[in-house]
Design a protein around this ligand. Structure first.
Ligand code: PLP
Length: 411
């Protein structure tokens, strides 16, 4: 994380090819919309003063929550009211609150394993891994690995493994999944939903990259119908507003109320500016159109370009596989014969001014004795940076890997 932060803040003096983080791309058409909205806020003294001067309620602005509830009903038929909506300072915070609300210690219990957060398909978002207030909060499940052609693969939920996990407080997943770019099918989501229902726990869906915005989904997957068994977290970050630190939790009233209570304790109130920027755009539907017409096609094109560079650089003979790129901002690359760990590959590439994320950090909550070398053979590469940066980074990665695979390279 330190390396990623330094790269973004310019500490590497622009030399580093930053293929590491989950930062959204700079899309001029989208940035123009934010600037226009900020101009409107500034031009209206009353609105501007209200946004800057007032603390919102811990659940978020009542007017904004109304707008969101109405838009979700209008656009997707969700039966929600503003009482089902809680605003948080970003999805990261929302999940910290939800995981520790629904998982971990039960009243009076002393052992953390009382209620696990079940992650049905590992690898999963690195940002969850340390979020438990108690240790060993997560129960991750090893997926089935479906090989596709010479150079592709896809993780599938192993429902037998998922069913075996005991003492569950919630089931959670990111869709699209960070890091793999997997988008669980509607059928798989329905199946997880019934499993959650059988256990009387909610299914938490992290839509940071997904529907309805920013909508970086390249399959036919749909936004599930909301009901009380589902907690949906939508974030403004991947739209291009990570600085606004704003997410929207849609949940049954009791959960929404508790999330708001936690916000009050932890941070008093939410950031107003994100709500002020996107409120009118959610109300008139422009944000949904922007996602469909500008943001989704952009990332799909970028994914395609990155895949073309990989195919050209590695050729047919090199032992690599790329996970089905179904959404989000990443290529998830698996090198089944990697002679070093992904961490070592990361260090070598950093020395050549390419920053990516070693895969092993995305595999957590798994049995300590699990023998699964795959965990050390993957890296995550972001394709949201400029085409040149991505192409150069991938070229250097391919070159480094060829050197590593050369018989004398490890001495
Ligand atoms: N969830 C996923 C899957 C992410 O990749 C990220 C950020 O990269 C987040 C949540 C957190 O996003 P934010 O707190 O900016 O809304």
């Amino acid at each position: 994380m330190d390396d990623l932060g330094e790269a973004l803040s310019g500490a590497f003096r622009g030399e580093m090819r930053m293929l590491g983080g989950g930062n959204p791309a700079a899309l001029p058409a989208v940035q123009a919309v934010w600037r226009e909205r900020l101009g409107e806020i500034l031009a209206d003294a009353d609105t501007c003063d209200r946004v800057l001067l007032n603390y919102d309620g811990p659940a978020g602005s009542p007017a904004f929550r109304e707008i969101v509830a109405e838009a979700l009903s209008r656009e997707f038929g969700w039966k929600v009211t503003s009482n089902n909506i809680a605003i948080t300072p970003g999805g990261q915070t929302a999940f910290f609150q939800l995981f520790n609300l629904l998982g971990g210690l039960l009243g009076g219990a002393t052992k953390c394993e009382t209620r696990k957060i079940l992650l049905p398909i590992m690898p999963e978002y690195i940002g969850y891994s340390d979020q438990g207030v108690c240790r060993e909060l997560f129960a991750g499940c090893q997926p089935e690995v479906e090989l596709r052609g010479e150079h592709g693969f896809k993780y599938r939920v192993d429902f037998q493994r998922v069913k075996q996990v005991e003492s569950v407080g919630a089931i959670a997943l990111s869709r699209p999944t960070n890091p793999s770019g997997n988008v669980l099918t509607d059928g798989e989501v329905d199946q997880l939903r019934s499993l959650a229902k059988q256990r009387g726990v909610p299914l938490l869906l992290d839509n940071a990259y997904g529907l309805p915005f920013p909508g970086a989904v390249f399959t036919e997957a749909k936004l599930p119908e909301w009901d009380e068994d589902l907690v949906m977290v939508l974030s403004l970050s991947k739209l291009g507003l990570p600085g606004a630190r704003t997410a929207i939790v849609v949940a049954q009233e009791e959960i929404a109320r508790r999330v708001a209570a936690m916000t009050a304790v932890i941070g008093l109130a939410n950031n107003n500016i994100g709500q002020a920027i996107v409120g009118p755009l959610i109300k008139n539907g422009a944000l949904f159109r922007l996602s469909r017409e500008v943001i989704q096609p952009f990332y799909q094109r970028r994914a395609q370009l990155a895949l073309e560079v990989v195919a050209a650089e590695f050729g047919d003979d090199f032992p690599y596989r790329i996970h089905a790129t179904e959404g989000a901002f990443f290529l998830w690359c698996w090198f089944p014969e990697l002679p070093v760990t992904s961490r070592e590959l990361y260090e070598r590439l950093k020395r050549r001014n390419v920053l990516l994320v070693p895969g092993e950090y995305f595999f957590y909550g798994l049995p300590a004795d699990l023998d699964w070398p795959h965990r050390h053979q993957c890296v995550r590469v972001t394709f949201s940076q400029s085409e040149q940066t991505v192409a150069e980074g991938l070229q250097i990665m391919a070159d480094e890997l060829r050197q590593l695979h050369a018989p004398s390279s490890l001495g």
